[in-house]
Design a binder for this molecule. Structure first.
Ligand SMILES: [Zn+2]
Length: 466
């Protein structure tokens, strides 16, 4: 695993951004390891599931936007350096009315209706203090579809997390969001603070005027990497268990001084090399488990679970015959910000399905304590690629060693900092859990007694009709 990861997380691969040359090289490398291990190609003689996607990049070429509070001299000419765009088409506005969604005004947020904001430009703020109010308002905004939503973010808290580009799946427009403009800087904050909540009085309507070019769209082909270990039981081998991880990471920072490359050794190079290593181990067994095992690495997790979502909508193996997905995230670093994590692993959605009991049994046999993280178990269930499969009904959990570690999403996440002995120990538990799930008479089940599983259980029961 040290050998595999020293390549996959090397500077040469430039942080495995989706899409990038580095990501493509990583995909070829993973496929080569699956081939060497003796896995069957997952898709029509090939290890690649090709996913045609569109990269959408904002264009700032003819950017020109001016906000007005209505009174004389009360204008904000937007500097494109302060603007982060997320548009689907060109924007042309001629005194379009502004609606200030003032999050400090609980009553305004609570009574917000689609009719109030339809055809208007909603201006609101990114303020962690009002996170739950913004989420509540977003539910209305999603159906109301305002012309544009402007998010005032003086400190750049949200803006710095916005990727420079985003991905669209041509056959799943639900991936693309509604038009949004995030504004950083003091000038925007001052303009916003002085604006009246709701729609300003008819005599002095606040408005926005200007033009932004349509984003630039480029077609790309992205790849999930899939290998199959065929099961040994004629009656059960057409069902499968999945072991997955994401092989992409964040790419590179803009050119400046020092290290630019987000190597992503722990996130999620560690999961990727573990998938490869468990594939090698189980492919070498004389007696294979009864069900088949699908080994898979996804692109685009960091862009919003795009690769796994693509797979869930274009499954290689029928979903109603897919018994479970065990997903691996951050299994290499033991120096968690919560303290050392030796011979320890946790699962998200700990009380969501039987996967937990299989992993616990395997942990007991291999000396790895499988514990529930009180705060993160449920909170992180939707944070990785297990969610995409859960949403189409497949019992799915993510196993991790550390949720947070000193170099998380930083350029210092490098392969030298991995605890390889501990990762090997955890992976023995993973391999055994996978074997037990694949060898069991009974398929893995969702825990229907837990109300949080309701949407996934519903999809689980509908799977046969897909
Ligand atoms: Zn990750």
């Amino acid at each position: 695993m040290r050998g595999d990861l020293s390549f996959l997380a090397s500077d040469l691969l430039e942080g495995r951004d989706t899409p990038s040359r580095g990501l493509d090289i990583a995909a070829e490398y993973i496929a080569a390891q699956f081939r060497t291990a003796g896995l069957e190609p997952g898709v029509a003689g090939d290890y690649f599931q090709n996913a045609p996607m569109v990269v959408v990049e904002p264009s700032y070429a003819n950017f020109d936007l001016k906000l007005s509070r209505g009174g004389r001299g009360e204008e904000l000419v937007v500097n494109p350096d302060d603007a982060v765009l997320r548009l689907n088409a060109a924007l042309d506005l001629d005194q379009a009315p502004l609606f200030k969604l003032d999050l400090a005004d609980a009553d305004l947020v609570e009574k917000l209706t689609a009719g109030q904001v339809e055809g208007k430009v909603v201006i609101t703020e990114f303020n962690p203090k009002f996170g739950s109010r913004l989420r509540a308002a977003n539910r209305i905004l999603r159906t109301a579809k305002p012309t544009l939503t402007i998010l005032v973010d003086p400190m750049g808290l949200r803006a710095h997390q916005e990727p420079g580009h985003r991905l669209e799946s041509p056959d799943d427009p639900s991936i693309s969001g509604s038009p949004r403009l995030t504004l950083t800087g003091e000038a925007a904050a001052r303009f916003y603070a002085a604006l009246k909540p709701g729609t300003a009085s008819p005599g002095m309507p606040a408005s926005i005027t200007g033009h932004v070019d349509a984003p630039i769209r480029k077609q790309v082909m992205l790849r999930n990497v899939v290998g199959i270990l065929r099961g040994s039981d004629p009656a059960l081998r057409d069902t499968c268990v999945m072991l997955t991880a994401h092989y992409d990471h964040l790419g590179m920072r803009p050119p400046n001084s020092g290290d630019r490359i987000y190597n992503g050794a722990n996130d999620d190079g560690s999961g990727t090399v573990s998938v490869i290593e468990v594939a090698r181990a189980l492919a070498g067994l004389k007696q294979r488990p009864r069900r088949s095992i699908l080994f898979m690495t996804f692109f685009g997790e960091e862009e919003g679970l795009i690769g796994s979502e693509y797979y869930a909508h274009h499954p290689v193996w029928p979903l109603d015959k897919t018994v479970a997905q065990l997903n691996l995230e951050q299994v290499g670093r033991t120096d968690s910000t919560e303290g050392p994590q030796l011979s320890n692993a946790t699962l998200t959605g700990f009380d969501y399905s039987d996967i937990t009991s299989y992993v616990q049994r395997a942990g007991a046999s291999t000396g790895v304590r499988i514990y529930k993280h009180a705060r993160n178990s449920d909170a992180y269930f939707g944070s990785s690629d297990n969610l995409s499969l859960a949403e189409v009904g497949v019992p799915a959990e993510t196993l991790a060693v550390a949720f947070d570690f000193p170099d998380y999403h930083a350029v210092g996440d490098e392969w030298q900092k991995i605890d390889y002995d501990n990762m090997a120990k955890v992976d023995r538990a993973v391999a055994l859990a996978l074997y037990l799930m694949a060898d069991s008479d009974q398929p893995v089940r969702w825990n229907e007694a837990n109300p949080k599983t309701a949407p996934y259980v519903k999809a689980w029961k509908q799977r046969e009709q897909r």
